[in-house]
Design a binder for this molecule. Structure first.
Ligand code: SIN
Ligand code: FE
Length: 291
């Protein structure tokens, strides 16, 4: 299990030196989970009352926050909005600070995505296979094309009862691609235009987004693949933080409650080694430009 994790044992980001930063970026881009077991997001006294499942609007999976627009969604009517918003705003800044310190090479190019708070237990939630994050997958957003951008996510377990966030990590991306690429139908630009026209996608689904979404769906829908796969279990304890390229690392969240997550997008050109990106691997597979 250890080889899937890159651990940074620090309580203070100022202690992470240049060599550790270099090792971290290399590990992350090669498909490891960057884990900071002693670096957690601590709640203020007032924020403790947010540790309750009823903060969530039952129609939603998560409470989400747009840091740039300062827009909150998915909360229940009884939620204390100013406290909730400040809490999510604080986590967005905590995550940005972490990336800026440990992965300074990404500073200039990093783009903000959504902040999410997940107060519901993930185990046993009723959902379709396609939406079921307890099944191994790589991330791809059906309505929001990324057009080749990397999906970089920061997670913090804030569970107050000492319960870990339990993940399974599957096989390397290269192997996933080898398994599923031959079964995936080619990109259809006319269908992509139709999806945009009917507002099923927010922008035009690129060829890259098509292939990644197919990969995501086919992995999740394949019962045999899910069962026979060699999985590594990782328990992320409360008050710890981890950073992952979730479009590259196949993962599933098996169990846990009370998680914060921040999404960032990163252009492939800002990577230390762009050849390791899913985009470049797909382009090699298809022998053409996809985004
Ligand atoms: C996921 O990205 O699939 C879910 C991660 C989590 O909720 O722990
Ligand atoms: Fe995921």
């Amino acid at each position: 299990m250890e080889e899937r994790l890159h651990t940074i044992n620090t309580v203070d980001l100022m202690d992470v030196n240049a060599v550790s930063k270099q090792q971290a970026i290399t590990a992350l881009e090669s498909g490891k989970v960057m884990h900071l077991p002693c670096y957690g997001f601590l709640l203020t006294q007032k924020e403790q009352l947010l540790l309750c499942e009823s903060m969530l609007n039952p129609k939603y999976k998560n409470i989400s926050y747009d840091y740039q627009q300062q827009y909150l969604a998915g909360y229940a009517t009884r939620a204390p909005i100013p406290i909730l918003q400040a809490f999510m705003h604080r986590f967005a800044e905590f995550s940005k600070q972490l990336i800026d310190h440990v992965l300074p090479d990404y500073n200039q190019a990093l783009q903000w995505g959504r902040t999410s708070y997940r107060p519901a237990e993930i185990n046993g939630r009723k959902t379709s296979k396609r939406k079921d994050d307890t099944r191994i997958h790589v991330d791809s957003f059906s309505a929001t094309p990324v057009n080749g951008l990397r999906i970089l996510r920061v997670f913090s377990n804030i569970n107050p009862q000492g319960e870990p966030r339990v993940w399974h990590v599957g096989e390397p991306f290269q192997k996933v691609l080898l398994t599923f690429a031959p079964t995936i139908p080619p990109y259809n630009p006319i269908r992509a235009k139709l999806l945009k026209w009917t507002k099923i996608t927010k922008t035009l689904r690129s060829a890259y987004d098509h292939y990644m979404l197919q990969l995501h769906d086919r992995m999740k829908l394949d019962d045999h693949y899910q069962e026979q796969l060699n999985k590594h279990q990782i328990d992320f304890h409360p008050n710890s933080t981890w950073v992952v390229f979730t479009d590259h690392v196949s993962h599933a969240a098996i169990r846990g409650q009370y998680l914060l997550e921040q999404t960032f997008y990163l252009p492939v050109s800002a990577m230390q080694n762009p050849d390791l990106s899913p985009l470049k691997q797909w382009e090699k597979e298809k022998a053409c430009v996809l985004a």
